[in-house]
Structures are given as C-alpha cells and as structure tokens.
Design a protein around this ligand. Sequence first.
Ligand code: NAD
Length: 356
Amino acid sequence: MNKKITVLSGDGIGPEIMAQAIKVLDKIGEKYGHKFEYTYVDIGGCSIDKYGVPITDEGMEKCKASDSVLLGAVGGPKWDGCPANIRPEKALLAVRKELELFANLRPTKLFLQLADASPLKKEITQNGIDLLIVRELTGGVYFGPKKTEEVNGELVATDVMPYSEHEIERIGRVAFETAMKRNKKLASVDKANVIETSRLWRKVMHRLSEEYPEVQYSDVLVDNAAMQLIKNPTQFDVIVTENMFGDILSDEASMLTGSIGMMPSASLSSGTRGMYEPIHGSAPDIAGKDLANPLGTILSVAMMLRYSFDMAKEADDIEAAVNDVLDEGYRTADIMQEGAKRVSCTEMGALVLGKL
Ligand code: NAD
C-alpha cells in the first residue's frame, strides 16, 4: 500500500520524538511492503519564526492532501507572548477544524511493567487500567466566540460554549460504536446540573443510548468523574465528553499510568483520515537533550496504522515491540525505576526498531 503522510514535527521535543517514530514507520514499510511518503510541514513556534503564522495556507493544503497527519508537539515559552491569533496552539485548532477532526480518542493504558510509576496505590492498579476517553474536539468553549472588553472601568472577558445537536450526536455515535467494539460500557461526562450545553448533551446521549441497548450507559457529572478516575479508574471503559472536560480529564487519566510520555492519541473525521499525536506538549524543559520518551509518538503511529490505514497486524507488531522493550527493563528518564536500564530518546527508538 502507498500512503501519503504529512509530518508536523513542531517545537521542543517534537522533532526528536518524531525522528524515532518515522524510523519505526519506515521499518514497518520495509517489513510489510508498504510505501510511506512524507511531506514535512512547519507548525507552531517554528512556523511563526519563519513565516509569521503558526501554519501557512500551503502547509494546511498539504495536510488536506495527505492520507493522514502525524504531529509531534507545538509551543514553548519563546512564543508565550504572541498575540492570541498567532499562538502556536492556534495551528492545532485550525488543523482540527479544517480536517473536521471532531473525535479525539485518548486511550489510557497502564502497562503492568510500569505499575510502580503510577501515583496510585497498588491495590487500585493491580488489575491494570485500560480505558478510552472519546473527546469532542471541534466545538464548545475552545471554538466559541470570545472577547475582552472594558465594562465600568475594568476588563471583562467572555468565552461562549456553543454545542449543536448534530455535533453532539456525531461524537456520541463514535463513542457508542467504540463501546460496542470494546466492553459495551459507556459513561457520558457532563455538567448538566449547571450548564445548558450539558443538558442538551445529555438529552442527545439518552436518545442515542436507545439505539444501542447492548451498551451499559451512565451519566457522570464532571466533578464526580474527576474524583472517580482517581478513586476507582477500573470502573470505566469508554468515557465520552465535550471538548474542555475531555482535555482536562484525559490529562488526569494519563497520569494514572505514570507518564504522559507513553500516551498516544487519534483525532478522527468521518472519513479515514486522522491526525495522530502523543498527548504531551513540547516539553521545553527537556528539549534538545535526547531525554524525551518517544513511545507516545511511536504508539500514535500504531493508532494511525490501525484506524486510518486498516493495518491492524502492523499496529499490533509495533505495540508488541514496545511491550517487549519495556519487559526487558529499558526506560527513558520519565519512567525510570530502580533496577531498570536508563536509555535516551534515540536509544529507545533503536530498541523498538530492533524488536521489529
Ligand atoms: P508538557 O506535556 O510539554 O510537559 C509536562 C511535563 O511532562 C514536563 O515536565 C515534560 O518534561 C514532561 N514530558 C512531556 N512529554 C514528555 C516525553 N515525551 N518524555 C518525557 N517527559 C515528557 O506540558 P507543558 O509543560 O504544560 O507545556 C509545554 C508547552 O507545550 C506549552 O507551550 C504548551 O502550550 C504546549 N503544549 C502543546 C501540546 C500539543 O502540541 N499537542 C499539548 C500540550 C501542551
């Protein structure tokens, strides 16, 4: 198979982790007879430095012309002072919107080899954690109108959080379908006791749940969900929620596994094209030091093969290679444990490659 991939390495550790992921992808191509063609596009701070914008129109067109997009991370203190319309993160929101990537799938899986890295007590994690957050990605308060104005001599800022029925229904459908493929258990997280969009969210989810009688459905208020994720995470299988709640809960969930550097994610449209990225940011504190954990990006490549290219065997192969490397005790600094063998970002990439 031939596939065109737009590679957005981005800022900070982005280029370091991406280099390892591309090596893995090339190895898969060689092993299974696929041809992966890469187009590199600047995004985030590096694009602001070169072109004055976080992504150029030409770059966006290249994303649209590809079969899938791989992203490292964007941002860093250098660009924190940029005006809101040209901040590095603006490019991510633009790509999600332009490619209509409305569904963000964020798995949280505790690798049992890393159980010690989890901040939770052993009795909570002993059976492993394996849940998936389906986050709505193109609506809500991140995309609603916003303004700051002077009222009675002081500044007042307003963000609007709109959600329409069809936006809720399409993300709900992805969640129910995903639940059907997993353990047929879905929790919908909202704040229906206070927020109007949450009341509509709940109404649409209830309507959908009638179409999926096999799925064990529940409503959970977001504050309770935040608490339950720490207290008893194994009660969850698939969680569906709106954009901002999902942003916060998925970072919380990722910490249950001990390292944000391990977690992949997929952002999907209604077609087969997706954008795949680790959930972490550009980690400016360790950038350029060959310290980053590339496994979140390598596992994002596996998700791309599985969800966009229908290459389940190849995806399984990468996941098994990561598992084997962890089994043999190799760890980057962020997941280091007593008695384990500490390796750099490049060495971790080479170890996964070796297993493939
Ligand atoms: P971060 O995820 O970059 O870093 C948080 C902590 O986790 C840091 O200590 C970092 O060293 C560590 N970490 C993250 N990824 C790691 C990896 N692969 N291996 C080892 N350690 C890792 O979050 P932050 O510090 O809040 O944000 C830094 C910058 O990244 C900001 O400019 C922020 O806006 C941006 N950001 C970008 C994205 C994205 O591109 N999708 C997401 C979140 C934050």
